[in-house]
Write a protein that binds this ligand. Structure first.
Ligand SMILES: Nc1ncnc2c1ncn2[C@@H]1O[C@H](COP(=O)(O)OP(=O)(O)OP(=O)(O)O)[C@@H](O)[C@H]1O
Length: 362
C-alpha cells in the first residue's frame, strides 16, 4: 500500500495537539511533509516548550500516517519558541523573547510561589527561562532559589544573573535592603525595577517571568507601560472578595494593551498533610467564578498544601523538590497553557522590518 501527499496531509489533519486543541495542519505545526517513493518524512514544530509532549505527539502522528498506508514514516518533532508582540510603542529586548508578568492585586496570595514554580515548569519542559524578582517590598526569590550574595558584573555595565535549577534569576533583594525600598517614592521604584530588568545580562531567554510587586497602583501601571510584556498572569485566592481586587488587575493590564493570559487560583482547596482529606475552606469554584465574570481563562487551581510552603521555604520549590507530585503536574499544566497562549499571540516582526530612512534630496 502506498500513500499520497494528500492522504498523508489528511492523516496529519486528523491528529489533534491536546495542548493547543488544534490539529497539526490547522495549527501550522507541520513544517515539512515529504512523500517520495513510498516513504514519508514529516517535520512537526511546536511553538511552546514541549519536552514531555514530543513523544506522544510523534507517536500519534506516526500512528495516523501508518493507518493511512504509510510504511515506517519518519516523524521529527521539535520545539521553537519565537518572540511575540508587546504593547505598542515599547521596545522589545534582544536577549529575551517573551516577558510574562505575574501579578496579584494584593499581597500574600502566593504570587511569588506561583512565579517560581511557573518558571521552573517552563524550564522543565525545555525552555530557556529567567526569573526577575521585582517584588521590591518582599523579595522572596533568593530564598526560594537558595541564592545569596550579589550578582557580579563582568563588563562593568550589566549584571550576570545568578542561576539555580536551570533558571537565570535576578532579584531586587540581591541589591537593596527591602526596608530601604519601603520609603522610596513610586518613580524611584519604577526606575530601580526597569534598570534591574534592562541591566541584567539575560542569556538568550525564551521566557522571562517577572514576579511583580503586589497591588495595582501607580508603580504597577508605570511598569506595565514601560516593560515590554507579552502577557500577564494574575494570581488570586478563591474568596468572593478577591473578585473586586482581581478585576482591578485585569482592568489595569487591559488599559495598557497587555493581554491577560489568565488567572491562577491559589490555595483553592486545603489538603490535610496527615490524611489527605480535602476541604474547600473558602468555598468551591471561586476561581472559576472569578475567571468567568472577568472574561479570562482559569489557567489552573493549586491546593493550599503544606508541602508547597515547606518546599518554597527550604529553597527548592515543588516543581524541583517533587517533580512527580500532583502539585507539579498542576504547575506544568498551567505553564503549558501560558506558553500555548503566548504562542498564539501575534508574532513580533519589529526586528524584521526595515528601518525607515528619511533622506533629503538636496
Ligand atoms: N498553594 C500554597 N499552599 C501552601 N502555602 C502556600 C501556597 N502558595 C503560597 N504559599 C505560602 O504562602 C505564603 C505567601 O506566598 P508568597 O510569598 O508566594 O505570596 P505573595 O503573593 O508573593 O506575597 P507577597 O505579597 O508578600 O510578595 C508563603 O509562605 C508561601 O510559602
Amino acid at each position: 500500500m502506498t500513500i499520497s501527499q494528500e492522504s498523508a496531509q489528511a492523516a496529519l489533519a486528523g491528529v489533534v495537539d491536546p495542548n493547543t486543541g488544534r490539529d497539526l495542519v490547522a495549527g501550522k505545526s507541520v513544517r515539512k511533509l515529504l512523500v517520495q517513493g513510498g516513504g514519508v518524512t514529516v517535520d512537526i514544530e511546536l511553538g511552546y516548550p514541549a519536552k514531555s509532549q514530543i513523544e506522544p505527539i510523534r507517536a500519534a502522528a506516526t500512528a495516523a500516517l501508518v493507518a493511512a498506508g504509510a510504511v515506517a514514516p519518519v516523524v521529527n518533532v521539535t520545539q521553537k519558541i519565537v518572540a511575540h508582540a508587546v504593547q505598542r510603542g515599547v521596545k522589545t529586548m534582544a536577549n529575551v523573547r517573551n516577558i510574562i508578568a505575574v501579578s496579584s492585586a494584593k499581597g500574600g496570595v502566593g504570587k511569588s510561589t506561583t512565579s517560581a514554580n511557573l518558571a521552573l515548569a517552563l524550564a522543565a519542559e525545555g525552555a530557556r527561562v529567567g526569573l526577575l524578582d521585582a517584588d521590591i517590598y518582599g523579595p522572596s526569590q533568593p530564598t526560594m532559589f537558595a541564592l545569596s550574595g550579589k550578582p557580579v558584573s563582568e563588563d562593568g555595565a550589566t549584571m550576570k544573573p545568578m542561576e539555580n535549577y536551570g533558571v537565570q534569576v535576578n532579584s531586587i533583594g540581591f541589591l537593596i535592603d527591602p526596608g530601604q525600598a519601603v520609603v522610596w517614592r513610586g518613580p524611584l521604584v519604577v526606575q530601580a525595577l526597569t534598570q534591574l530588568l534592562e541591566q541584567t545580562a539575560w542569556d538568550d531567554l525564551d521566557y522571562l517571568v517577572i514576579d511583580m510587586p503586589p497591588g495595582t497602583g501607580d508603580i504597577h501601571l508605570s511598569m506595565a507601560q514601560k516593560v515590554p510584556l507579552t502577557g500577564a498572569v494574575i494570581v488570586t485566592t478563591p474568596q468572593d472578595i478577591a473578585l473586586i481586587d482581581t478585576r482591578r488587575g485585569v482592568d489595569m493590564f487591559d488599559k495598557v494593551g497587555i493581554p491577560v493570559l489568565g488567572v491562577v487560583e491559589n490555595m483553592a482547596v486545603h489538603v490535610c498533610s496527615n490524611c489527605g482529606h480535602t476541604e474547600h475552606i473558602f468555598g468551591s469554584g471561586g476561581g472559576e467564578r472569578i475567571a468567568k465574570e472577568l472574561g479570562v481563562e482559569l489557567l489552573g487551581a493549586l491546593p493550599l498544601a503544606m508541602d508547597i510552603r515547606l518546599n518554597a521555604d527550604a529553597g527548592k520549590p515543588t516543581v524541583v523538590a517533587s517533580p512527580d507530585s500532583e502539585a507539579t503536574n498542576l504547575y506544568k499544566a498551567i505553564a503549558r497553557k501560558v506558553a500555548v497562549k503566548v504562542a498564539d499571540k501575534a508574532k513580533d516582526y519589529s526586528g524584521k522590518l526595515p528601518g525607515i530612512v528619511v533622506s533629503s534630496n538636496t
